[in-house]
Design a protein around this ligand. Sequence first.
Ligand SMILES: C[S@@+](CC[C@H](N)C(=O)[O-])C[C@H]1O[C@@H](n2cnc3c(N)ncnc32)[C@H](O)[C@@H]1O
Length: 234
Amino acid sequence: MTRPESIENRWDILYRDYPEVYEAFSNTPYHPTIYEQLPGIIDLAGKCIADVGAGTGSSSLALARLARKMIGIEHEAAMLQVAREKAGSEGMERVTFVSGDALALPLADDSVDLVTGITLALYPPEQYRDFIREGLRVAKGPVVYVGISPGWYGGDLYDVIDDPEKVDETVDHIFIDEFHFAYQDIFSDQEYGTLEHIVSTYGFIFGRKAIAHLKRENKTTIRWKFRVYWRGRV
Ligand SMILES: C[S@@+](CC[C@H](N)C(=O)[O-])C[C@H]1O[C@@H](n2cnc3c(N)ncnc32)[C@H](O)[C@@H]1O
């Protein structure tokens, strides 16, 4: 397959055909990471957690360091395979990755302490209603979601990248206004090191306008504003 210059924000194509680019993008260092900041907001220690939209396993493996048990749930076979390989090579025995849908979780009622979705990125965003209902069904404790703060799609290049759908505003409305989640914003700076690396990962995902801007400004860092939503005692 010839690799295009960019997939222009088609995350479905990214997960299906380029899991290695997602892996390089998500593992480019963040300071401080979501995983470092989350335990200051949500008590994860000793919990049995279902991490929904586990992707290549980064969030599940990081949060599992605090948890008693971690079940990573992912519906894309290519992502699941990378996650399982990583768990094996890191010897993380209390982590299991299972194939499953965020909208119909393969778990019994009240079977885990906590449900997390770390940049689960459901599309279309109306699907979050079912994720929330499913999370509340299977969790004895809180349901936690970490998404991009409204207006921050693509991080601090939000005004360069076209975001006509404004998905994050719909997500925000569903969590806060419809389902009465509490929230807190956190910041993270992602350092790519070189122009070549940021263009072939972040630029590949977020599009040609982003690539042109990165090159013009010789920019290798992206600042992100994430929003942590939770409902239930944390
Ligand atoms: C942006 S990635 C986040 C991965 C991981 N949580 C992390 O922090 O690195 C979103 C993941 O959610 C998965 N996903 C999207 N919709 C889903 C659904 N309905 N059920 C299960 N997984 C889903 C995608 O396949 C993708 O792997």
